[in-house]
Design a binder for this molecule. Structure first.
Ligand code: ZN
Ligand code: ZN
Ligand code: FE
Length: 762
């Protein structure tokens, strides 16, 4: 046999677990190419042999039309000389490094599968578990590696001959589709009543749809957990769901059948349309269309709507039957993790759902819907979970020792980092109940196994009472490293954008434990990977009653006004705090004046609360961040003026002093100015003051890179204003693929801990 000339083609990007190799194999056959394709630690390598024209057109097609969920970041080839094989083969996956890359996230139902489930002549007509190499469940059904059917919850469903034929035929689009199934051999649906007793049904989806049409609440098992589903056009149905779920006002996500239906309820643009139809199919935040058919109480007082498109056949079928938008909210009681096991769901959701639409494909790992919003002109992942996890964040640096970063307390995610990859785990939620903590522990164990990572370094927040910190302290035989909360926020952006240290990091959020034990959250840091200097901070406000002040935002309003007027605010101003009983007001004022049970907090979020309490007359936040969100949405885009402020550069760190702003706001209120104007002027003031300290710090340090992060940068108004003031003269970076809030903090913890342990090479 003679040596043949061929090409070694290396492809980088999202090319594993997305049907890439079978597609390459089909393409090779079409072009008369022989050789092989294999996964490697960084992507895919193809060895291709054939005539030069055939090779040219083969390479051209590779670049032009990759499978829908794939993304080619780079394609390079070099000539090789070798013995050409007879056909084209897919080489088996072996190495640990490649196994890590090979566990894919869930991919929304593809067009071909969709066509099948609505085709009466197809054997998968109306089959709720239809999938192929390009779509279907992945991470949520995996128990172990390598990602192969026996290691998934599909193991209990032996394939029928027809499915097996598809699975083993290279040219079939179900070749090696691990969850492949059909009505003959695959999972089945059933319908249960509120008491978890099975209801006889020939068509559980149709019957569930009828219950929904009658205004009832159905718990439907999806890919990463249960949804609570009801008619999104019915005020009464939504109210019923809210009361039972104990979710007073927080916006509920709405699923619609397709883009045209989404346009009817939301104002979309090119970016939001692309996000809605991306393989991840996240919940996309977009302005609600006025006068649309949705019930008002879907998102009370909130102009933004969380919209998502069906991402599993079950959703498509349900939406088709119901022919109206549906509420699709996490199947849980507020603040608990999403339910994902049948028995558990029936027990926990029994008081909420009128019926259960179940199936017998086990969800191995819970994985909530992800949430994305366009912020300061670009899509930003606010909750990174289904569709993204366990896709790693690729870094330009290497973790010499594997790291587990335990994340924060609220919106917890953890991070496992190894080599040049950082794997953020699924959204766990707030770590303040047993359910959530158990979920956190289980999820870590599973991810460690799937990724074959045995952490030697465990990173955690400095807050001693975070359950994630306590978990870290309980891990023996590892190096434990505490990372300051806002340092981690900034380092997360540095890692995502591969920034060279130092970076000026603006970290604005609600609260994070400072190195002095105080509550920080209005910080400007000069950050290295290994440490930081606190350059500036917001003047702190007193939280009368501690945590009570975070819900009862009127208390912060009182604190801000008292501070602005040196303890003696004009009485008519406090009358703005509607419905606050006189005696409560007196008590809180005394507490603040005497510094009794009123810790000081630097959080920028508290200033939003204070202004919302004054300008909008909000007394209580009904969910975390509500007051700030309402203040953002109240803003009037035509107002460009701002209030005064002071920067105290004599203080150490510098202090951003908003007392002048609050005095002017109070005067404006008394003079009858509109809330929208106050909101805009407040946003403009905070942006202006921040830009000023950032510029001064840039001057002093010579540092030109700026990161804007922390939960407050979920606020488009603030982010856009500050970005506009700082760029292009400074290089400004925002979190994009990793959440700006505490859901993104684990990545920063991981890189800081690695740097501190000397294990973070360039
Ligand atoms: Zn498909
Ligand atoms: Zn079958
Ligand atoms: Fe934070």
């Amino acid at each position: 046999m003679a040596l043949a000339c061929g090409r070694e083609i290396r492809v980088r990007g999202i090319v594993q677990g997305v049907g890439f190799r079978p597609w390459v194999s089909r393409l090779a056959r079409e072009h008369g190419i022989v050789g092989r394709v294999l996964n490697d630690a960084l992507g895919v390598t193809i060895e291709a042999f054939g005539s030069t024209p055939a090779l040219n057109s083969f390479v051209g097609s590779l670049e032009k039309e990759p499978p829908p969920a794939a993304e080619i970041a780079a394609l390079e080839w070099k000539p090789i000389e070798a013995l050409a094989p007879l056909g084209f083969e897919i080489a088996p996956s072996l190495a640990a490094a490649e196994r890590r890359l090979a566990i894919p996230p869930e991919i929304a139902t593809c067009d071909q599968c969709l066509a099948e489930i609505f085709d009466p002549s197809n054997r998968r007509y109306r089959y709720a578990f239809t999938n192929c190499t390009n779509c279907g469940p992945r991470f949520t059904i995996v128990r172990d590696v390598p990602y192969d059917r026996p290691a998934t919850s599909m193991a209990v469903f032996p394939m029928c001959p027809a499915c097996r034929q598809e699975y083993t035929t290279v040219t079939d689009r179900r070749f090696h589709a691990q969850p492949n199934a059909c009505p003959v051999c695959g999972p089945r649906l059933r319908l249960l009543d509120a008491g978890a007793v099975q209801i006889h049904s020939d068509d559980p989806i149709r019957d569930a749809a009828q219950l929904i049409a009658r205004g009832l609440v159905v718990a439907a098992k999806g890919l990463g957990g249960f949804h609570l589903v009801c008619d999104a056009t019915s005020e009464a149905a939504v109210l019923r769901l809210r009361e039972r779920k104990r979710r007073e006002a927080k916006p509920l996500a709405v699923m619609v059948a397709g883009l045209p239906q989404a346009e009817r309820i939301a104002i979309l643009d090119e970016r939001t349309r692309r996000l809605l139809t991306s393989p991840q199919h996240p919940i996309v935040l977009a302005p609600r269309r006025d006068g649309c058919e949705l019930a008002q109480n879907i998102a009370p007082d909130n102009p933004l709507l969380g919209v998502l498109l069906p991402y599993a056949p079950l959703h498509h079928l349900l939406l088709d039957e119901c022919a109206r938008p549906l509420v699709m909210t996490s199947g849980n009681v507020t603040d608990e993790p999403i339910a994902y096991r049948n028995d558990e769901a029936c027990a926990r959701l029994g008081g909420i759902a009128d019926a259960f639409l179940l199936h017998d494909r086990e969800i191995v790992t819970r994985c909530d819907d992800s949430v994305v919003r366009v912020i300061a002109g670009a899509p930003t992942v606010l909750r990174r979970s289904r569709g993204y996890v366990p896709r790693p964040v690729l870094l330009q640096r290497r973790f010499d020792k594997p790291v587990l970063a335990c994340g924060a307390q609220l919106k917890n995610t953890f991070c496992l980092a190894v080599n040049d990859q950082a794997f953020l785990g699924p959204h766990i939620g707030d770590l303040d109940n047993l359910e959530a903590f158990a979920s956190f522990e289980e999820s870590i164990v599973l991810m460690q196994r799937l990724l074959a990572v045995d952490p030697q370094i465990v990173a955690h927040d400095l807050h001693p009472d975070y359950l994630s910190t306590r978990y870290a302290k309980g891990r023996d035989g590892v190096v434990r490293i505490g990372v300051q909360h806002h340092h981690a926020h900034v380092a997360s952006v540095m890692a995502e954008h591969d920034l060279k240290a130092p970076v000026l990091g603006v970290a604005f959020d609600g609260a994070g434990y400072g190195t002095d034990g105080a509550s920080w959250g209005g910080e400007l840091l000069l950050a290295e990977y290994t440490g930081f200097e606190r350059i500036a901070t917001l003047r702190p406000l007193a939280l009368a009653g501690g945590d009570a002040a975070i819900r009862q935002v009127w208390r912060i309003g009182v604190a801000a006004v008292m501070d602005a007027y040196d303890g003696a605010p004009p009485r008519d101003v406090l009358a703005r705090l509607r419905d606050v009983p006189e005696h409560a007001l007196e008590t809180v004022m005394t507490m603040i004046a005497k510094r009794f049970n009123s810790p000081l907090a630097h959080g920028a979020g508290r200033y939003f609360d204070a202004m919302a309490a004054l300008a909008l007359g909000i007394r209580h936040a009904r969910y975390e961040g509500e007051a700030a969100m309402l203040l953002e949405h109240a803003h009037d885009g035509n107002v460009t003026s701002r209030f005064s402020y002071r920067i105290d550069e004599a203080a150490e760190p510098w202090q951003i002093d908003l007392r002048p702003a609050f005095r002017e706001a109070v005067e404006a209120l008394v003079a009858g100015h509109q809330p929208g104007e106050l909101s805009s002027r407040f946003h403009n003031t905070l942006a202006h003051a921040t830009a000023k300290v950032v510029r001064a710090a840039a001057e002093r340090t010579g540092c030109r890179s700026v990161a804007l992060t922390g939960g407050c940068f979920q606020n488009d108004r603030l982010a856009s204003a500050l970005l506009g003031l700082l760029s292009p003269s400074l290089d400004v970076y925002l979190p994009r693929n990793v959440p700006p809030g505490d859901g993104g903090i684990a990545l920063g913890q991981a890189v800081v801990a690695a740097a501190l342990s000397d294990g973070f090479g360039g």
